[in-house]
Design a protein around this ligand. Structure first.
Ligand code: ADP
Length: 625
C-alpha cells in the first residue's frame, strides 16, 4: 500500500480557512453542498451509463444515503455515483482545479462579511465539511474500476491530507465526517431530515435514511426515502413555492446566493421541453472574462437525464448570466456536443430560452422597479451587447435599456426609451443621446446647451460599450437615434423655453472662419458658426458617420487608431471670445487666441491637450499679457 501524506495547495488551504470562518454562522449548508456533489456524481454516472450500461452492473438504483452514529459522533454521506480514481481525488480535492478559484481569491477584500457573501456566490463545495468536522474521511471508487482500485482520502483540514489505496470500496463515494464535539446535533435524525427538507427536497435522486427509531432498533432499521426524489422542474408550477425555486437554485449553482428572478415554462406539443431559468442576484466574477465558464450556465437534460452543461449552445452570449435547466423529451439521449450544435431542435430551444428570458425581464421591469434596477446594475452592459448580436430581438432589448438623462438627477440609469418618448417636445423628431467617457463629461457637455434651452431631453450614455451598441439601434418607435455631438442637429422647429438665452444666427463674421482655420491647420477639418451653443465659446463636432471623439480615443488606447478625420470646430457667434478674435489684428496673438479656443473645446469634450504647457503659456499671456 502506498500511503502518502501531501500538503494542500496553498490556495486550497486559504479557501478552506475562509469557508470555515466566514460560513460558521450558516454552518448547516455543508449538508447541502455534500448532497449536491453526490447528486452531480449520480448525474454523471447516469449519463455515462447511456453508452456503457455495464457501469451500473450490480447496483442499478442510483441513490444517496445518509447515516449517523450518535455515539461515535459521525455523519456519513454516501452515493453510488461515478466516484473518483486516485488521480482525480488528488486533482479535485487537493488542488485548485477550477479556473474561477484563483479569480475568486484575487477578488477577496479582506472584509469578512463581504467575503462571506462572495464565497456564497462562488460555491463552497466539499471543504464546507470542515465547518462542522475536525476530520473527514472520503472513500471512493470510480465506476468501471475494479473493487481493488478504491481510494481513501483523509484530512483534518489543517494543511495536509493523506491518500491511500483500498481493496474493497463499493462504486461511488462515501464521506464520513467526524463531527466536532459541539456539532453533535448533526447526528440527530430529526435535525438531518429537516435540513434535507429545507435544502435538498428537490434533488432528483432518492435520499435515504434509516427509520426514526432509537437504540438497538436503529441498527436493523431499513433505509427509507426522505425527499420527493423528483426533479423540481417537471412538477406542476402550481405545486412549487418560491422557496422551492430558491432552494433548487442554490443546489444548481452550488452557492448560497438567491436568484433575483426566475421563469419556469413547459412546452408541450410536437416538441416537448421544460425551461427553468434564473437571474442570479450577483454577477459572476468572469462575466467579462475572455472565457466563459460552461458550468455557469444552462444544464441540458434529456428526459430527466443530465447530459451536459450546454450554455454555449442554448444561450446567446449577451444572456450568459442566466442559469438554469433545459429538459427536452425529444433530443436523443446520446446527443454529443457536435450533434447538439447542428440539431434542428437546438435552435428552437435556444429561441425559446431567449424569449422566456426577455419575457421575464420585461415583467421584472414592469412589476418591480427596484429589482429591475438591481438587475440593470449587474447586467446592463451585457444586455447591451444583445443590440449588436440579436437582430431579431433588438426592439425588445431596446425596451429593456435604461439611461441616465438630462431630465433626471444622478448617474444611475433609470430612464427607459418609453419614458423618454412620453416627454418629447412638440415637433421633436428624434431621440437624442450623447456618449462620453464619464457621466459628468456627458452631463456637462457644451453640446447639451441648445437642448437645455429648448427643454429637449438628452440621454447620457457613458458605458464603454454605449456608442458601439447604440449605433445598432437606428430607431425606436419610429424615431431615429441621433447623437448630439455629430453632424447637424436641427432643433429650429422646436420652441425655446421661456427665458432661455437665444442663440444668435449661426453665422460668423466674414472671413473669421478662414483665418481660424489658417491658424489651426490640420487639427480641425473646418471652422464654422454654431447653433449648438448658448454659453460656451466653442465645441468640437464630428461628421455624422464618424466615431465620437471619445471612442476614437478608446480605440487609440487599444492600439487601433483607425484613421478618423479631424473634427470640425464650431464657434458661438455671440460669445465675447468670438468678438475678441474678430478684433485681433496681430497675427501671432490671433494664432494664440484661436489655439486657446480650440483647446477649450478639446478639454470640455473630455480630451487631452497635445501641448499642455503651451496651453498654460497661452492662457497666462491672455490673462496678464
Ligand atoms: P464543485 O463541486 O463546486 O466542483 P467541490 O469542492 O465540492 O467543488 O468538489 C470538487 C470536485 O470533486 C467536484 O467537481 C467533483 O469532481 C469531485 N467530487 C466531489 N464530491 C464528489 C462525489 N461525491 N463523487 C464524485 N466526485 C466528487
Amino acid at each position: 500500500m502506498t500511503q502518502e501524506t501531501r500538503a494542500f495547495q496553498a490556495e486550497v488551504q486559504q479557501v478552506l480557512n475562509l469557508v470555515i470562518h466566514s460560513l460558521y454562522s450558516n454552518k448547516e449548508i455543508f449538508l447541502r453542498e455534500l448532497i449536491s456533489n453526490a447528486s452531480d456524481a449520480l448525474d454523471k454516472l447516469r449519463f455515462e451509463a447511456i453508452s456503457a450500461p455495464e457501469l451500473l452492473a450490480g447496483d442499478p438504483e442510483l441513490k444517496i444515503e445518509i447515516e449517523s452514529d450518535e455515539k461515535a459522533r459521525t455523519l456519513t454521506i454516501r452515493d453510488n455515483g461515478v466516484g473518483m480514481a486516485f488521480d482525480e481525488v488528488v486533482e479535485n480535492i487537493g488542488t485548485i482545479a477550477r479556473s474561477g478559484t484563483r479569480k475568486f481569491l484575487e477578488s477577496l477584500s479582506g472584509d469578512a462579511r463581504k467575503d462571506a457573501q462572495l464565497i456564497g456566490q462562488f460555491g463552497v463545495g466539499f471543504y464546507s465539511a470542515f465547518i462542522v468536522a475536525d476530520k473527514v474521511m472520503l472513500t471512493t471508487r470510480r465506476a468501471g474500476g475494479a473493487a481493488s482500485e478504491g481510494v481513501v482520502w483523509e484530512s483534518d483540514g489543517k494543511g495536509e491530507y493523506r491518500v491511500d489505496r483500498t481493496e474493497h470500496a463499493p462504486r461511488g463515494t462515501e464521506i464520513v465526517l467526524y463531527l466536532k464535539e459541539e456539532e453533535s446535533e448533526f447526528t440527530a435524525g430529526w435535525r438531518l431530515r429537516s435540513l434535507i427538507n429545507k435544502f435538498s427536497e428537490h434533488i432528483a435522486f432518492p435520499i435515504r435514511m434509516k427509520g426514526q427509531h432509537s437504540g438497538e432498533e436503529e441498527k436493523t432499521a431499513e433505509f427509507e426515502t426522505v425527499n420527493q426524489a423528483s426533479a423540481l422542474w417537471v412538477r406542476p408550477k402550481s405545486e412549487i413555492k418560491d422557496e422551492d425555486y430558491q432552494s433548487f437554485y442554490k443546489h444548481l449553482t452550488h452557492g448560497d446566493g438567491e436568484a433575483l428572478a426566475y421563469t419556469h415554462n413547459k412546452v408541450e406539443g410536437s416538441q416537448s421541453y421544460v425551461t427553468l431559468l434564473y437571474v442570479p442576484a450577483k454577477a459572476p466574477f468572469d462575466l467579462f472574462g475572455a472565457q466563459r465558464d460552461e458550468r455557469h450556465g444552462l444544464k441540458l437534460y434529456v428526459k430527466r437525464v443530465f447530459i451536459m452543461d450546454a450554455a454555449e449552445q442554448l444561450l446567446p452570449s449577451y444572456l450568459r448570466f442566466i442559469r438554469g435547466v433545459v429538459d427536452s423529451d425529444d433530443l436523443p439521449l446520446n446527443v454529443s456536443r457536435e450533434l447538439l450544435q447542428d440539431h434542428k431542435l437546438t435552435q428552437q430551444i435556444r429561441s425559446a430560452v431567449i424569449k422566456r428570458t426577455l419575457d421575464m425581464l420585461e415583467k421584472l421591469a414592469q412589476d418591480d422597479t427596484e429589482k429591475y434596477a438591481a438587475f440593470y446594475g449587474e447586467y446592463g452592459q451585457v444586455l447591451k451587447e444583445g443590440l449588436t448580436e440579436d437582430f431579431a430581438n433588438r426592439e425588445r432589448i431596446a425596451k429593456l435599456l435604461r439611461f441616465a438623462s438630462t431630465s433626471t438627477e444622478g448617474a444611475t440609469p433609470t430612464v427607459s426609451l418609453s419614458d423618454y418618448l412620453a416627454r418629447v417636445r412638440p415637433n421633436q423628431t428624434a431621440i437624442y443621446y450623447i456618449t462620453a467617457e464619464s457621466h459628468l463629461a456627458a452631463r456637462h457637455s457644451p453640446h447639451l446647451e441648445q437642448f437645455a434651452g429648448k427643454g429637449v431631453e438628452v440621454l447620457l450614455a457613458s458605458d464603454r460599450i454605449d456608442e458601439w451598441a447604440l449605433s445598432y439601434v437606428h430607431e425606436f418607435d419610429g424615431k431615429p437615434f441621433v447623437s448630439v455631438a455629430k453632424g447637424d442637429v436641427d432643433l429650429s422647429t422646436i420652441e425655446d423655453l421661456p427665458g432661455a438665452t437665444r442663440p444668435a444666427v449661426a453665422e460668423l463674421p466674414d472671413g473669421l472662419a478662414d483665418r481660424i482655420k489658417g491658424a489651426l491647420g490640420e487639427r480641425v477639418k473646418s471652422v464654422r458658426g454654431s447653433s449648438r451653443l448658448r454659453d460656451s465659446a466653442a465645441v468640437l463636432v464630428v461628421d455624422k458617420h464618424e466615431l465620437s471623439l471619445h471612442t476614437q480615443r478608446l480605440l487609440k488606447q487599444a492600439g487601433q487608431g483607425a484613421g478618423s478625420g479631424a473634427p470640425n470646430l464650431e464657434l458661438n457667434p455671440t460669445h465675447p471670445l468670438t468678438a475678441r478674435l474678430q478684433g485681433e489684428a496681430d497675427a501671432d496673438r490671433f494664432a494664440d487666441l484661436a489655439t486657446l479656443v480650440y483647446e477649450q473645446a478639446v478639454l470640455s469634450e473630455g480630451g487631452q491637450l497635445e501641448d499642455p504647457s503651451g496651453f498654460v503659456r497661452r492662457l497666462n499671456q491672455l490673462m496678464f499679457g
